[in-house]
Design a protein around this ligand. Structure first.
Ligand SMILES: [Zn+2]
Length: 506
């Protein structure tokens, strides 16, 4: 089946942070999980290169727009490559192919009479790039997100009427219980839909904002950043010019953070509905990464976790695993360098040491060959089949935030079980007793076979580690498939002792 996964596109007024790394890793994990199940996935991530925030950054950078946007966009692109993210298309909204489709869509909605021009007076927060109602502000009259008082602005603008679609959207959410996951966010959106929706201002006068896509029906204006950015989800599929659009859109997933619920779950489905396009198939909404002890990350507190530094210290896979394993569903989750180091040590103890110990025993006692014609007892067989069944079950589930989180949990659980088995049977003692040769072989085989299943299951989470584990067991062919049939290793598999998966760190 053909599937489509997207991340939000990221603003270029700062450097990529752990939140960006998380969403893009999550998409990659989901893509690899789907591919192991035989599905064909088109995965996009990228950068949002318009709007007032980017414009301000350009103006203070001393660079021209193109130089600035290219340099900043490369920071994201390069990080995602370093994180092993296998995106199929990297969106840059400054590209002409995206601009063209945004303009076609604006013209289409304008021609349907759904856009009106009127003069508007209101309080405008530049940080949010949105007009604010007095009820949106904190007790100091400031934007609660930006802690700045919005400026009073009076200007003529174009508006898209949302209210006529409100009841349709409420009904859609109520009749599609899995559309917005986890459910608490669906309820949050329903809460936003209790009051009539104000007209959405979709233009910005060029006198104020020059970095944007010109309205096709009025060259004095550029389009509002969300009306531009959201369209990336269909411009990457070449909407309007691609006869396969409906096929791939019919199985589409948006991964988003909880802070962009309103544009994604209210503006976007209404825009699509106005265009006669079905909504995205599902949203997966995640919380934020916060500092240890629940404090917000900030430069002044010195608790910001920089993904580039984490990769340098702990490698890519420890970061990927930590993020998927530790994100609380429907909530925020703490992260710090010391927590990441603990996660690294857990992987080193649970998987890395086990692999190294068993491989060295095969090297020393079995001439690098998987023991052949072993007689496994019931305990050996049960351990192998339990782990095989567990992973087969996970890989049969519909993908969700919960599924990938459960996968990480099951990897740890299986590693713990195999370690306990290995410790209880003391193969290093059996190896010294010629009468125990058969038992030694069975314990080694069981451990190797479990390690193979764990390595295979880990592939979406930690592709490099999975590849190393399977390679050390003499298993070559990629792409890996979610085939957890047990008792596959045989004397034909040549064992290779390589370097440690998670070498000791300070
Ligand atoms: Zn604001």
């Amino acid at each position: 089946m053909k599937k489509y996964i997207t991340t939000p596109i990221y603003y270029l007024n700062g450097l990529p942070h752990i939140g960006h790394a998380y969403t893009s890793i999550l998409g990659d994990v989901m893509k690899k999980f789907e591919q192991m199940n035989g599905n064909d996935v088109y995965y996009t991530t990228g950068t949002d290169e318009h709007g007032q925030k980017n414009q301000h950054s350009i103006e203070t950078s001393g660079l021209n727009a193109d130089e600035f946007l290219t340099r900043q966009s490369e920071n994201f692109h390069n990080l995602f490559v370093d994180l092993g993210i296998d995106f199929d298309y990297f969106v840059r909204t400054s590209k002409p192919e995206h601009k063209k489709i945004v303009q076609e869509i604006l013209q289409n909605i304008y021609d349907k009479g759904l856009i009106v021009k009127k003069s508007y007076e209101g309080l405008y927060c530049e940080g949010c790039e949105q007009f604010k109602k007095p009820s949106d502000l904190d007790q100091n009259g400031c934007c609660p997100d930006h802690k700045v008082a919005p400026k009073p602005i009076s200007e003529e603008n174009y508006f898209f009427r949302l209210e006529p679609y409100r009841q349709w959207l409420i009904d859609y959410i109520k009749t599609h219980p899995d559309w917005i996951q986890p459910t608490k966010y669906a309820n949050e959106v329903l809460g936003m839909l209790k009051e009539p929706l104000e007209d959405l201002c979709i233009s910005r006068p060029k006198s104020r904002v020059w970095l944007g896509i010109e309205l096709p029906f009025d060259s004095n204006y550029v389009t509002y950043i969300w009306f531009d950015a959201l369209v990336n989800y269909i411009s990457t599929l070449n909407y309007g010019h691609n006869s396969d659009f409906d096929i791939i859109w019919a199985n589409s997933t948006h991964l988003i953070g909880k802070d962009i619920l309103k544009p994604h779950c209210i503006y976007w489905p209404i825009m699509l509905h106005a265009l006669g396009i079905n909504p995205v198939s599902r949203y997966f909404i995640h919380g934020f990464w916060i500092g240890e002890g629940g404090v917000k990350m900030s430069k002044s507190l010195g608790n910001v976790v920089d993904p580039i530094e984490v990769i340098r210290l702990l490698g890519v896979d420890a970061l990927r695993f930590y993020l998927i394993h530790n994100m609380t569903l429907g909530g925020d989750s703490p992260i710090s360098l010391s927590m990441l180091k603990q996660g690294y040590k857990m992987l080193a103890n649970n998987i890395g040491n086990l692999q190294m110990r068993v491989l060295k025993m095969v090297q020393k006692n079995l001439n690098n060959k998987v023991p052949s014609s072993v007689s496994l007892n019931n305990e050996d067989k049960k351990l192998i089949t339990d782990i095989a069944d567990r992973f087969a079950q996970i890989y049969h589930q519909e993908i969700s935030l919960e599924t990938v989180n459960n996968l990480a949990n099951d990897v740890v659980k299986s590693g713990t079980e195999v370690n306990a088995y290995f410790a209880a049977h003391e193969p290093w003692v059996l190896a010294k007793d010629p009468n125990q040769k058969e038992r030694f072989n069975a314990v080694i085989y069981t451990t190797l076979e479990c390690l193979r299943l764990i390595g295979l299951a880990m592939y979406p989470l930690t592709p490099e580690t999975a590849y190393k584990i399977l390679d050390s067991l003499g298993i070559k062919p990629q792409p890996f498939k979610a085939d957890f049939k047990p008792f596959i290793l045989s004397e034909n598999n040549e064992i290779k002792v390589g370097s440690p998966l998670f070498p000791i760190i300070e």
